[in-house]
Design a protein around this ligand. Structure first.
Ligand code: A3P
Length: 293
């Protein structure tokens, strides 16, 4: 089967989306969450895979090592809303996950999350990343991922990022929407990619206390070592290399894994324009990001 032409973006209840994430909408909205499910929610490219593997190791590193060695991460932690060529339906994978708890990934903005997650009061880990590195990472991802809309050149891509014309909509709305939710929802842990890069061990400790897990110091060290960028990059079960819709010759999924790579992409003029626009968009939010550490 050939990969079909790249999809078009369209407006879906006020959010830019493609058919690959809306095609199974009714079923996704009716997903039956369980109280012990853990939802990993992010805007694309915020460190979803990193945090997914951390949680997977925290829960199952000791008990299910064989599963980790034989089932790729994207099937161990299903992507709830995906329905696309060459990939298994995320909803079906989630429904049939044999683990307990179930770790489930979503990129949905907060208003689109299936209501059963709120009704069941499931725990949610949200990961956010600074907008500049997001834009760069998303650009390279869209170049290599054949089910993403055509990215065009960097400068037009950056404009579209600022306008929110990306799959899953505006980064600004996504991170602030989830941030507002956190103020009233205690089962939501909001983490930042930059904090994780600065001190992975500290963030693992924070996750343990949010999830009520007590890992030994040795177990925590083992998680930290396994999720190091260089380790994950060469780890075929955890680097997306089994996913056919991605062309690693164009750009690998595990690309750079750095805070501040935006400096290699933004021109001085682009940076000034971006900063000015950013201030206006984020004026009302208390959410703060670091663009370097
Ligand atoms: P870059 O493109 O900047 O390298 P997601 O999983 O949400 O799609 O995010 C992918 C981004 O997270 C990529 O960023 C990828 O390299 C980075 N990433 C994944 N695993 C990482 C790790 N262990 N350490 C640091 N960055 C990681």
């Amino acid at each position: 089967m050939e990969v079909p032409p790249r999809p078009e973006l369209f407006d879906f209840h006020g959010v830019s989306m493609t058919k690959y994430f809306t095609g199974n909408w009714e079923n996704v909205q009716n997903f039956k969450a369980r109280p012990d499910d853990i939802l990993i929610a992010t805007y694309p490219k915020a460190g979803t895979t990193w945090v997914s593997y951390i949680l997977d190791l925290m829960y199952f590193g000791q008990t299910l090592p064989e599963r980790q060695a034989t089932v790729p991460l994207n099937e161990r932690v299903p992507f709830l809303e995906i329905t696309a060529p060459f990939v298994k339906s995320g909803k079906e994978l989630a429904d049939t996950l044999p683990t307990s708890p179930r770790l489930i990934k979503t990129h949905l903005p907060v208003q689109f999350v299936p209501k059963s997650f709120w009704e069941q009061n499931s725990r949610i880990v949200y990961v956010a990343r600074n907008a500049k590195d997001e834009a760069v990472s998303f650009f390279h991802f869209d170049r290599m991922n054949k089910i993403e809309p055509e990215p065009g050149d960097w400068s037009s891509y950056l404009q579209r990022f600022m306008e929110g014309k990306m799959v899953f909509g505006s980064w600004y709305d996504h991170v602030t929407g989830w941030w507002e939710k956190k103020q009233s929802h205690s089962k939501l842990h909001y983490m930042l990619y930059e904090d994780l890069a600065e001190d992975t061990g500290r963030e693992i400790d924070r996750l343990c206390s949010f999830l009520g897990l007590s890992l030994s110091a040795d177990e925590k060290d083992r998680v930290r070592e396994k999720v190091h960028f260089d380790k994950m990059k060469n780890d075929h079960m955890n680097n997306f290399s089994s996913v056919k819709i991605m062309d690693f010759k164009i750009s690998p999924f595990m690309r750079k894994g750095k805070v501040g790579d935006w400096k290699n992409h933004f021109t001085v003029a682009q940076n000034e324009q971006f900063d000015e626009h950013y201030k206006k968009k984020m004026m009302k939010s208390t959410l703060q990001f670091r663009t370097e550490i």
